[in-house]
Design a protein around this ligand. Structure first.
Ligand code: G3H
Length: 544
């Protein structure tokens, strides 16, 4: 059989010169000199920031990160202008967008999706170049986002149909609908720069809120081709973009007290800092997806082949850079040797390469400081008694780091506690099942767990404690966010609020009702308003 293991030679030569990159994946430099403000693509003449790819290129002067382009580095002044535009477009709930009928808002969103799809190829290419995501995963990210928008439209139709009737209780008639909250500040992470931002931005928008949309630290240019679609599809001021350093441009927005909803995917430390800046915290709703270090628990009753393949998917898809990734694997001592042997062999066989390479599994990472951080984690684990047990584990070439299976890991090591968010698979041996339960009890986070066992009694005995410690218990499969119709949330420092296609519509809205005493005169009044279509809220129109 062909030996598919990554030799250090392949890693040493992972970066090529530009001529070796297949034609269809090459991209001209893109220099973005505009941003979306109040319905206009406003020209930017100020400072710009270089967008450097995690992919290095061989040049006469050695390896250099490929320049993908440049982006505006906007300042607090532009942030405040964007805030003013969003506040004016909302206009205390009297603006064109928040008062528009649900049917018309849906039509705007459908126009946006139509225009977005025209940009599919370019956005996918930019995802590959900007964050090093494989062609398959970049394509999936784009298509999943389109499906998410379409599913959101369908969910809103359902919600609206349920609300398009009157309810009567104790002599009172009411129509109850969900209404917008105001200005939403949406900020997402670099690992899903399109999908994760859109899973808050789209539901927030379609519910009638106006948006300030801060681009992530990597994956900014991937949004550039979509700005025109936002401009064409939605009324002026409904969506406004913000570029630059979060610490500079976001603080004044929060301090203004004019942000009604903070939709943030990142660390709990940053989220807490931002919330505290708001002068009236009670007026701020927060929808947050934060820290996580999901554990896998492999017991002596597990199918080890299933456990290995799911743990590889869970810990190393997109190089481990997923909030939902499995970041610590507990294995019962009876099967630990066999499990780590199989795991190490499977990791060693993962194909390293560039995002467009066929069957590539491990690619360069976009955060410039990540390789050094990963090395420090490995050094710390080794100093505390662990070993890297797979071939080429930790072998690096600039932004590329081959994954390591680290064993045996214990609670003295950084890898036991910190969210590595990269290609390291720490494995902790345990005797009794109380040990991984204690880990979860003492952890500051509580998103998901994956349990690997085929013993029904054992699985049942683990399900019951874990459902109260995390928000999703996966049995014999990796942890993940999808399907997107399922609730995605977490306990402790992992989340605030719940996102799913349906839950997100609720998260970004509040129920508002129109009520009256059920007298003949009031019934007549309501009937006339409904018959003449005088109100977008008080209406029995049914959206097909
Ligand atoms: O980074 C966190 C993402 O929401 C994970 O989504 O589990 O579908 O990869 P995923």
């Amino acid at each position: 059989m062909e030996n598919t293991n990554a030799s250090s030679d392949i890693i040493d030569n992972i970066f090529t010169d530009e001529s070796q990159i297949p034609e269809q994946f090459r991209i001209p430099e893109i220099h973005q000199r505009e941003y979306l403000l109040n319905g206009e693509l406003v020209q930017w003449d100020g400072d710009v920031t270089e967008v450097l790819s995690p992919v290095y290129i061989k040049t006469a002067d050695g390896l250099k990160r490929k320049l993908v382009g440049t982006i505006p580095h906007t300042t607090p002044k532009e942030s405040m202008e964007a805030l003013d535009a969003a506040v004016a477009a909302y206009n205390n709930g009297q603006g064109v967008w928040p008062t528009m009928s649900v049917d018309d808002r849906i039509k705007c969103m459908q126009k946006f999706v139509y225009l977005m799809i025209q940009q599919r190829d370019l956005v996918i290419k930019l995802l590959m170049w900007e964050i090093g995501k494989t062609l398959g995963d970049s394509t999936k990210e784009f298509d999943r986002t389109v499906e998410y928008i379409n599913a959101t439209i369908d969910a809103l139709k359902d919600l609206d149909r349920e609300s398009s009737r009157f309810q009567e209780a104790e002599g009172t008639i009411a129509q109850i609908r969900r209404a917008p909250l105001g200005v939403v500040l949406s900020m997402g992470p670099f690992n899903y720069p399109l999908n994760e931002i859109f899973t808050t931005l789209i539901p927030a928008l379609i519910m009638g809120n106006t948006i300030l949309f801060k681009l992530p630290k990597h994956g900014v240019l991937a949004h550039y081709p979509l700005l025109q679609a936002f401009k064409e599809a939605f009324p002026a001021g409904t969506v406004n973009t913000l570029y630059g350093k979060g610490s500079e441009i976001i603080s004044p927005l929060m301090e203004s007290g004019k942000v009604n909803v903070l939709a943030f995917i990142g660390t709990s430390k940053v989220a807490n800092g931002l919330k505290k800046l708001h002068p009236k915290v009670n007026r701020l709703r927060a929808i947050l997806s934060l820290d996580a270090k999901n554990a896998a628990i492999v017991t002596k009753n597990a199918d080890l082949d299933v456990a290995v393949s799911e743990c590889i998917l869970g810990s190393l898809s997109f190089n481990g850079q997923r909030c939902t990734a499995l970041k610590l694997i507990f294995v019962q001592k009876d099967v630990a040797d066999e499990f780590v042997k199989k795991l190490a062999a499977a990791v060693a066989a993962l194909k390293p390469g560039l995002p467009w390479d066929k069957d590539v599994k491990i690619t360069p990472v976009p955060e410039a400081d990540k390789p050094a951080y990963l090395k420090a984690c490995l050094d710390d684990a080794i100093a505390n008694g662990a070993k890297i047990i797979n071939e080429n584990g930790g072998y690096a070439n600039n932004s590329f780091v081959f994954p390591s299976v680290v064993y045996p890991v214990n609670d003295k090591m950084t890898l036991y506690h910190e969210e590595q968010f990269g290609p390291i698979v720490p494995v902790v041996p345990f005797d009794t099942i109380e040990e991984p339960i204690d880990y979860q009890i003492n952890a500051s986070h509580g998103m998901q767990v994956s349990i690997f066992s085929n013993d029904p009694m054992e699985v049942a005995n683990l399900i019951d404690p874990f459902v109260n410690l995390v928000s999703r218990v996966n049995i014999n499969c990796q942890s993940q966010r999808g399907p997107d119709v399922f609730p995605f949330t977490g306990r402790k420092d992992s989340a605030e609020g719940t996102l799913s296609v349906f839950d997100a519509l609720r998260s970004f809205s509040i129920r508002s009702l129109v009520a009256t005493k059920a007298t003949d005169a009031n019934k007549q009044l309501f009937n006339t308003i409904v018959r003449d279509h005088d109100s977008n809220f008080l209406s029995t129109d049914y959206i097909f």
